[in-house]
Design a protein around this ligand. Structure first.
Ligand SMILES: NC(=O)c1ccc[n+]([C@@H]2O[C@H](COP(=O)([O-])OP(=O)(O)OC[C@H]3O[C@@H](n4cnc5c(N)ncnc54)[C@H](OP(=O)(O)O)[C@@H]3O)[C@@H](O)[C@H]2O)c1
Length: 231
């Protein structure tokens, strides 16, 4: 029996030439240029949900909004809410309700574990819907739940642990990778992907669907699934 239709999963990342997604310092390293940040804004506007891991929330304190008013109005004209649903994944439930993420934008969802839900308890009341997926966060169950909510397009914005989990589970339909012309060179900095048993192993070649240039950024679009059709 087939389950609910899962959303299309688009994994979005900006990397340095040596594969890092940040440096090891306390402030977020800006890898994209202005035009590329605007491209990311457009991708968010096309999504029903935008998801990050709890560590990115804790470290970067992002708002994860659609900044362009024109794009928000376009969403409203299409019968959608002005912002995509913003989603956090946490096993621990260690989420600070004072972060600005909880103060801006529209609907928010937190996927967590039973113990994470207990830890969150009432601290996010009125700020987010908290959904426990049991003893662990099962990403297939997470996508099934999104499918039941009618979400058709999910944008996964990182960080590395979250990207690794989605890709290792074979759940990614496309990767949009912006390569920035800088080198981080610090082994303490986070990488795009960590070690994992990725589907097909190192022999599996993804399909390269697109290469384009955005100023000094190279944008690559990969289709990771074996049965992907370059469109
Ligand atoms: N360049 C880019 O495009 C980009 C984009 C986003 C982020 N970043 C960078 O990425 C770095 C953070 O990456 P990160 O890998 O440390 O953290 P992350 O992927 O943002 O978040 C990791 C956290 O997500 C939760 N999580 C991850 N996998 C889980 C699973 N299987 N089950 C349940 N919960 C799970 C856990 O939260 P709990 O600890 O609460 O359990 C875990 O600690 C930051 O430096 C940020 O700036 C870069």
């Amino acid at each position: 029996m087939s389950g609910p239709t899962r959303p299309h999963v688009l994994l979005s990342v900006a990397v340095s030439i040596d594969g890092y997604i940040d440096d090891a310092g306390p402030d977020r390293l800006l890898l994209s240029n202005a035009a590329d940040f605007d491209r990311v804004d457009a991708l968010r506007a096309e999504s029903d949900a935008v998801l990050i891991g709890a560590e990115t929330l804790r470290r970067d304190n992002p708002r994860l909004l659609v900044n362009s008013e024109e794009r928000r109005l376009h969403r409203i004209a299409a019968g959608k809410p002005d912002y995509p649903v913003r989603v956090i994944v946490t096993a621990s439930g260690e989420l600070d309700p004072r972060l600005k993420f909880w103060r801006f934008g529209g609907e928010r969802l937190v996927y967590t574990t039973d113990s994470g839900r207990d830890r969150i308890a009432g601290s996010l009341d009125g700020l987010a819907e908290v959904v426990s997926l049991g003893d662990a966060v099962d990403f297939e169950a997470l996508l099934d739940d999104m499918g039941k909510r009618g979400m058709e397009r999910l944008m996964v914005e990182g960080g590395g642990s979250i990207h690794t989990a989605f890709l290792a589970a074979g759940l990614v339909d496309e990767i949009r990778m912006a390569v920035a012309p800088l080198v981080v060179g610090d082994p303490a900095a986070p990488r795009f992907l960590g070690p994992a048993d990725f589907p097909g192993g190192p022999q599996h070649r993804m399909q390269l669907a697109e290469v384009s240039r955005i100023g000094d950024i190279a944008l690559l679009r990969y289709l990771p699934k074996e049965d992907s059709d370059v469109g």
